[in-house]
Design a protein around this ligand. Sequence first.
Ligand SMILES: NC(=O)c1ccc[n+]([C@@H]2O[C@H](COP(=O)([O-])OP(=O)(O)OC[C@H]3O[C@@H](n4cnc5c(N)ncnc54)[C@H](O)[C@@H]3O)[C@@H](O)[C@H]2O)c1
Length: 252
Amino acid sequence: MGCMEGKVAFITGGGGGIGRATTERFVQEGARVAVAEINAGLGEETVAAAREKGGDAFFVHCDVTDRASVERALAETVARYGKLDVLHNNAGGATPNDGPVTEAPEEEFWRAIKLDLFGTFLCSKLAIPHIIKAGGGSIINMSSVVALMGMPGRDCYTASKGGVSALTRSMAVEYAPARIRVNAIAPSVTLSDRVKKMLDGSSKATEELAASHLLGLGLPIHIANMAVYLASDQSAITTGQIFPVDSGVTIR
Ligand SMILES: NC(=O)c1ccc[n+]([C@@H]2O[C@H](COP(=O)([O-])OP(=O)(O)OC[C@H]3O[C@@H](n4cnc5c(N)ncnc54)[C@H](O)[C@@H]3O)[C@@H](O)[C@H]2O)c1
């Protein structure tokens, strides 16, 4: 029996790199999963892959920055599966338009804040009442090592992930009485398709990055495995924490 048997999870950005790997791991562990995605093609592909392995998942269209869309997606999930136990606020990501504050366009700042930080706030706001009805559960936010270190070159993204980390701690205290645990994962470079594209096939850039990672660059499955732990009852007294899954980058 899997460690998530009987649980219902809602994964935002569930069609993309880390979200897709997490959907696959959650269904493998017995969870039923709503793949809440803005990109229908990616969402459907992920669901097909999960079902091929015998898992129970469905695609639900969701834009995490739009209240009506999130409300609808959560309502569909609860109508289909009867409850909600786990919210994984995964949708987000940096773009090549980012940079130091003096150079980054203001539009990029608001893009990152809206998607990563406001999206996390909004989905939590609308999902928490459902999780309370289920008797408690787990929220997993997606931070980044940029929120733990002084890393140059991505100040819009860094600001938004710093906000996600701070929000993780305050929400953990606020919703502990309702038995909701709130944690965040802080990955370092993880080779999702988006990141591979950003590295643009540059073997030099990839080699340089790999050299600063003690155990090599991460893969989506490494992050998904941490999400399984945080979503399951194995982490029953773990809350308010930011977990680096970072190949040792933050200890160097
Ligand atoms: N890959 C990395 O190196 C890395 C490192 C640190 C943190 N992270 C974080 O992990 C998360 C996932 O990253 P990834 O590399 O898998 O990204 P990805 O781009 O591969 O996947 C993100 C998914 O989110 C979806 N999405 C985008 N906007 C959305 C919206 N408004 N509503 C719903 N879905 C939306 C995309 O369609 C995509 O499927 C992000 O929060 C990212 O910041 C990634």
